[in-house]
Each structure stands twice: as C-alpha cells, then as structure tokens.
Design a protein around this ligand. Sequence first.
Ligand SMILES: NC(=O)c1ccc[n+]([C@@H]2O[C@H](COP(=O)([O-])OP(=O)(O)OC[C@H]3O[C@@H](n4cnc5c(N)ncnc54)[C@H](OP(=O)(O)O)[C@@H]3O)[C@@H](O)[C@H]2O)c1
Length: 345
Amino acid sequence: MAKEKQKIRVVCYGVGAVGSRIAKLLLKKKGIEIVGAIDVAKDKINKDLGEILDLGKKLNITVSDDVDSVMRKACCDVVIHATGSYLKDVYPQIVPIARYGVNVISTCEELSYPYLSEPELAKKLEALGVKYAMSFLGTGINPGFLMDTLVITLTGVCQKISKIKVERVMNAATRRIQFQKKVGAGLTTTEFKKKMDTKQITGHVGLEQSIAMIAAALKWQLDKIEVDLVEPVIAENEVRSEAIIVRKGQVAGLKQTARGMIQRKDAITLDFQAYIGAKDEYDAIPIDGVPPIHQQISPCVHGDHAPVAIIINSIPKVMNAPPGLLTMKDLPVPSAAIEDMRKYV
Ligand SMILES: NC(=O)c1ccc[n+]([C@@H]2O[C@H](COP(=O)([O-])OP(=O)(O)OC[C@H]3O[C@@H](n4cnc5c(N)ncnc54)[C@H](OP(=O)(O)O)[C@@H]3O)[C@@H](O)[C@H]2O)c1
C-alpha cells in the first residue's frame, strides 16, 4: 500500500488579527498542520497558541519570539508571515528563514511587488531564495488580488487597452475593529490629521505596488506613479458600526487615489475608499479596451476573510514554484485549495 504523504507543516509568524485568522483556518484544513508560532507581542509570548486563538483548548504549540529555536524544531515547509506592511521592517524578519530552505508567504504589502519601493532588497531576496532553494511571496486581498492579479487576469481577453481603472468601495462597519480604527472612523478631522502626521494612520499601503505589478504584466513603461494624499471621508449623518459611533461631521473613514501615468495621461487609476456607512459596496474594474470590460463585484469582496483565504490557497502554488522572489503575476492563476492540501502539491 502506498505510504500516506506527510502533512504540509506550517509555522505562523505573527499571530495578530490576520495571523490568528489564518491559524484558525489552517486548523480546520486537511493535509496541513501548524508546527510552530512566532510573535513578539508581550501578551502572546510563552502562551499556548490555542489560548491566543481563543479556542478553549491547548494546541501544545508555545508562541515564541525566538525565530531560530522555532525553525530548528519545526522542520516546516512554509512560514506564514503576518507582522507588518513595510519591507524595510519585515526584511530582517524573513531573511533568517531563508537558510532553513523554507518558503515564506507574507501579508507584507510592499513585498507583493518589492521591485518598486525596495529594488535592492528585492534583488537580495531573489538571490537568497535561489541560494537556499526557497521562495518569498507577498500576497493578500489588496495588494495581492483585487487591484492587481484580478485586473491582470481580466486583461487576458483584451486586444487593445487604453485605460484601466479599479475602484474598491467598502463599508468599514463590516470589517474588524482594528481596521475601522486604522481608517480613522470616529475621529474628529483634527485628530485624523494628527494621526496622519504621526503615521498612526497611513491610508492603504500597496496602491503603488498594485499599479507597478499591472504595468509590469502589460510591459507598460510608466512615466511615474502618483499617489494622492489620504483624505478623510466626513460623515454627513450619524453612522455606526457595532463598536464605533460616528457623529455628523466626524471622520467615517478614508479615501485614496493613485495613478500610473504615461505621457501625462492616467493609464492605470486605483481608487480606494473605506468608511463606515458606505451604502454601495463594490469592486469595479472598468477597462477601456477592445473589447471593453465592465467587471463589477457587489458587494465588494470581504477584506477580512479574503486575505486569509488567498494566503492559504497560495501555499501549494508557492511549494510548486521555482525558488526565488515570487509575485502573484508569476504564479499560476489563483484558485481555492479546499480539498486535502496535499492534493495540490
Ligand atoms: N495584503 C493584504 O491584503 C493584507 C491584508 C491584511 C493585512 N495585511 C497586513 O498584514 C500585517 C498584519 O496585519 P494584522 O492586522 O494581523 O496586524 P496586527 O494585528 O498588528 O498583528 C501583527 C502581529 O505581529 C507581531 N509582530 C510585530 N513585529 C514582529 C516581529 N518582528 N516578530 C514577530 N512578531 C511581530 C505584532 O506584535 P505587536 O503587537 O507587539 O507589534 C502582532 O502580534 C499588516 O501590516 C497588515 O497591513 C495585508
């Protein structure tokens, strides 16, 4: 009788809001197991992962801040990394994993297309991946799918394209509380500005990366990528989520636009809006081309569930991919891995 394939072994690096959701979904899946957990948060270190995930039972996996000790013991296939948005911060966290020959899939927004903001680090990641026969991938819902991979896929049926626009409008009330705070819901405009100045509110990270990834797929040479200042969306009436009441005149959330320009014209425009009380929630991708495309997803894809799914669905794609630095445009068409995970590898 054929020997059963070993389960895919995963270490969860960063078990905050998103990392915890990823861990919970991993626990429900067949053919895959969590074999280690890393985090630096004082309220998580040395606790059992089951407690951090609020499972009401132990998993016998202790959350540690000692990356090497976890990696030595774990003998894993993949590290799922979810700690931060900026590659300069995340780079020193993911580099030590390379020498264990273990793939890294991260929610780090800048890692989704690192050639733009951090070309030197991108080169080093590519070299490390090849040297140690492992891969790095940055992915998520956005960047990672909605405003780039999905757009690139839609262009596959076009003969000509003159302009691409992507709009994502979401009602922040349906999102996790951390996200509602992240978009400034419930602040006065003065508080919002102060938090912007101190970078406690950054707006959406990744619009430039999505534009650059689309342009790279189409081989469009952009003259520049412009990102407008993040603007608050002001509530015209009182609106609320379960956790936050936004009074008339207060900030309900934020909006942000970025453009990839060719000869002073907008070639790729991304428009991101997230605020409590948005009535019409959608992801729209109008493409001016032959044929024209009018893709609309209503309501918009849920930003808390989808990143968890795409990170896990990417595990077999990354394990099957050649080593080095990967982006979503280099991997096969995204698809759900809903059966026993071993079937996809
Ligand atoms: N691409 C996408 O679509 C997408 C989607 C969702 C999230 N993201 C990004 O994913 C990242 C994680 O999101 P989140 O909401 O889960 O954040 P979070 O709730 O703040 O969780 C991050 C966790 O990682 C820990 N951490 C920070 N630095 C660390 C380090 N050097 N080593 C180990 N652990 C470390 C944090 O500890 P402390 O609390 O002590 O810092 C925290 O426990 C964010 O940057 C977010 O923007 C991207």
